[in-house]
Ligand binder design. Structure first.
Ligand SMILES: Cc1ncc(COP(=O)(O)O)c(C=O)c1O
Length: 445
């Protein structure tokens, strides 16, 4: 294999069968499409190159900066591509939640701008969202940026419709698999591959996987966020199911320890979600009936060690996390246990007679700096999670109002603290967004 440029090594990734003794499916051959073996390390190498390629020459003439709303793999691939073409790269995101990825991007020479926003995806109806404003500015005439626009660019889908999908069909001897399973971030890979597989065989079933409500699996959306993604079309998927961060780590461990595949958490989520779903399909099959399923391993493990450490310290030689954790609380359980207060009631509580509550804002520091409730303190949710175990900076008897973007995380933490014996912890229903929509006052740092 000899190449003139590293970009020629993008694509043609291996399709590797998972040993049936690992997954336990009797009638289904399960294959992993190893997108982590792309040269820049992930499934996003394909769309990054496909989106940037036609624009690079003009960008070099104008000395444009390449820009993308990404906190992960697309940013990594674009930073490398920009560097190869003598251009700067800027990553704009609401929160860099994986420290290794942030460090790697800085090493690659990327500029990182963290802006507050409800999520990394755009909410086109929310014009107050600085990420939305930034996105609009990029599209205005005269913008000097080369904006690849992965959430809306059809070339994101096309990269997979011309690459990943046809490769799967070719490697299966010219036929589409019966099942295709992919995690959904921008929806580019699942949409592009599904198009090609269905053109080959309309009966192909597509399973899309997202992160569980209020949970975090790097690179993919939660069930609530996915509907805000520009390229997402529910018609692409026969089923959409969610995976928790713990399940993603379990799947990742199986791929690493039993299959020799150095997968990151989304590959683990895809494996876990695929096997969980296919167990039901497998149980219906009889005799010598056989089916084929393919899932995507998006990227590698090394960038996610701190993600694993914070959720499963025991895997990295530290004592297992002691005490209850918010990730173990189900949504229904949280609703039953926690008390939620609407914005007007919360405002009365905060401004009324003593004892007034301590208001804890669980959002990222940039979102907090942009707008917050006067007098509130900012403890970002990951840190709050740790403090619940190691010691909170307020006494048990202190009344507390917890606030997050939309009132889901805060509800879980309110339930957790209530269980731990805090007598008066409430969650702000609808979060800071609901508070703002109710016309309640917010201040800027
Ligand atoms: C680690 C990881 N897995 C999965 C995906 C999902 O891919 P897509 O954007 O094609 O839906 C992404 C996308 O950003 C990712 O970074």
């Amino acid at each position: 294999m000899r190449y003139d440029s590293i970009v020629d090594a993008i694509g043609d990734t291996p399709l590797v069968r998972i040993d049936p003794s690992v997954h336990g499916l009797r009638h289904i051959d399960l294959y992993a499409k190893l997108e982590m073996l792309n040269p820049f390390g992930s499934v996003k190498d394909r769309p990054a190159w496909h989106m940037a390629r036609p624009l690079l020459e003009a960008a070099a003439d104008r000395e444009s900066t390449v820009v993308e709303l990404s906190s992960g793999n697309t940013a990594k691939a674009l930073a490398l591509l920009a560097g190869m073409h003598g251009l700067r790269f800027k990553s704009v995101t609401n929160r860099m939640r994986v420290p290794e990825v942030k460090d790697l991007l800085l090493l690659l020479g990327a500029e990182i701008e963290e802006l507050p926003g409800r999520s990394e995806c755009l909410d086109p109806t929310d014009t107050d969202d600085p990420l939305t404003r930034f996105h609009q500015a990029l599209s205005e005439p005269g913008s000097t940026y080369l904006h690849t626009d992965q959430y809306y660019n059809p070339r994101n889908v096309e990269a997979h419709a011309t690459g990943t999908g046809p490769e799967i069909v070719a490697d299966l001897g010219g036929r589409a698999p019966d099942w295709f399973v992919a995690c959904v971030g921008t929806a580019g890979s699942s949409t592009g591959v599904a198009q090609v597989l269905r053109a080959s065989d309309p009966s192909v079933r597509v399973l899309g996987l997202v992160a569980d409500k209020s949970d975090f699996v790097p690179g993919i959306r939660t069930i609530d966020e996915v509907h805000q993604v520009g390229l997402f079309d529910p018609g692409t998927y026969d089923a959409i199911e969610s995976v928790t961060s713990q399940e993603a780590i379990d799947g990742m461990l199986t791929l690493i320890r039993r299959c020799g595949l150095l997968s990151g958490p989304t590959g683990g989520a895809a494996y876990h979600g695929a096997v969980r779903h296919l167990r039901g399909v497998d149980a219906e099959l009889t005799g010598d009936e056989r089916r084929v399923a393919v899932f995507i391993v998006c990227d590698r493990a090394e960038s996610y060690l701190s993600y694993v450490r914070s959720r499963r310290p025991d895997l990295l030689g530290a004592p297992a996390a002691a005490g209850p954790s918010v990730s173990a609380l189900g949504e229904a359980e949280a609703r039953e246990t926690a008390k939620a207060v609407e914005a007007d009631e919360a405002l009365e509580w905060i401004t009324g007679p003593e004892p007034r509550p301590l208001v804890v804002d669980l959002r990222g520091p940039h979102a907090y700096a942009a707008l917050h409730i006067a007098g509130s303190v900012n403890i970002v949710d990951e840190l709050f999670d740790e403090l619940v175990r190691t010691g909170l900076p307020f006494s048990k008897s202190r009344p507390v109002l917890l606030a997050c973007p939309v009132g889901e995380k805060s509800l879980r933490y309110a339930a957790l603290l209530t269980r731990l014996g805090h007598p008066d912890v409430r969650s702000l229903a609808g979060g800071i967004v609901g508070w703002r929509d109710a016309g309640a006052p917010l201040v800027r740092e």
